[in-house]
Design a binder for this molecule. Structure first.
Ligand code: AMP
Length: 298
């Protein structure tokens, strides 16, 4: 079949329907891939689909703005949504089925059991977003239980989330392979995010300093700098020079435990969270392995 440009991926709304679609694919001998998202799709999400297609025969994308992972003063109500546009984009990338449940479908009543991460959630984003990763892990565990994918693809952009999902799968022996795909960026380096839609032109310029700060750290690392404090100062200097950013953290941590390090190596991660006006943005880079978009800034 050759779908026309304006056709849409198959949409299912209920757990029973997605189970049936996946069950049919599985009984036909196909492996199953899952890409969980909150929708308002951009190229970053779509590359996860492309990667998932390489790893699995049948690709499920979920679109669900998960109330459980938003704090009371966060942007759950205002989070951007455009299902029609998302379905067209998913179709273009050959998603087999889009699972977009209503809140009541996934949460028919209060949960008695959730997935609560331990120390790895007590740092970086976890400090300003208490309960956030509990909400993320709980919904991802539910999606894994519903779709039972062989493989699931997540973005490096949400580094702490990816680490926690990997650990959940390991620690709880979930039978799924977790794949982490590189961050996709705008031409000026800004990491793509659904929340970039909130930014004014002025904010947008300031926001691009986050990726420039990460690129500056990579450049210093490439020139031989190994002192984490010096690299942190390099990052801070770019962010301060941009002005108008409220930096929540700019840290250099180990890739597995996300603990601050004194000396860096190729696997150390520089992670930044900052607010531009009311919009909270995050970004990160593995020092020895900058993604293509960031390498272009060097
Ligand atoms: P979200 O819809 O923001 O919850 O993101 C859904 C998935 O897309 C998560 O695994 C994110 O890490 C990933 N993602 C979001 N933005 C990007 C990006 N710019 N590049 C790569 N992956 C991304």
């Amino acid at each position: 079949m050759n779908p026309s440009a304006d056709s849409q991926a198959r949409l299912v709304r209920t757990i029973a329907e997605v189970e049936q679609a996946v069950g049919n694919a599985r009984s036909g001998g196909r492996t199953i891939g899952l890409v969980p998202t909150m929708g308002f799709l951009h190229e970053g999400h779509l590359r996860l689909i492309d990667r998932c297609r390489e790893l699995a025969d049948y690709v499920v994308m979920s679109i669900f703005v998960n109330p459980l992972q938003f704090g009371p003063s966060e942007d759950f109500e205002h989070y951007p949504r455009d299902l029609k546009r998302d379905l067209a984009a998913a179709q273009q990338r050959n998603v087999d089925v889009v699972f977009a449940p209503a809140d009541k479908e996934l949460y028919p009543g209060p949960l008695a059991v959730v997935i609560r991460p331990r120390r790895l959630a007590d740092r970086l984003c976890g400090l300003s977003r208490p309960g956030h990763f509990e909400g993320v892990l709980t919904v991802v565990a539910k999606l894994f239980g519903i779709v039972r994918p062989d493989v699931s693809v997540f973005g490096q952009k949400d580094f702490q989330q990816a680490v926690l999902i990997r650990r959940m799968v390991t620690d709880l022996n979930m039978p799924v392979t977790v794949e982490v795909a590189p961050t996709v960026r705008e031409p000026d380096g800004l990491a793509m995010s659904s929340r970039n839609a909130y930014l004014s032109n002025e904010d947008r310029k300031r926001a691009s300093s986050i990726s420039r700060a990460l690129a500056a750290a990579v450049a210093a690392y490439s020139n031989g700098e190994r002192d984490a404090q010096v690299l942190r100062e390099v990052v801070q200097a770019v962010l301060v020079a941009a002005g108008g950013l409220d930096v929540e953290y700019a840290e250099i941590v180990s890739a597995d435990e996300m603990e601050p390090v004194a000396r860096v190596d190729a696997s150390s991660v520089v992670a930044v969270a900052a607010r531009v006006s009311a919009t909270r943005l995050i970004d990160n880079v593995i020092l020895g392995r900058p993604d293509q978009g960031l390498a272009r800034l060097l």
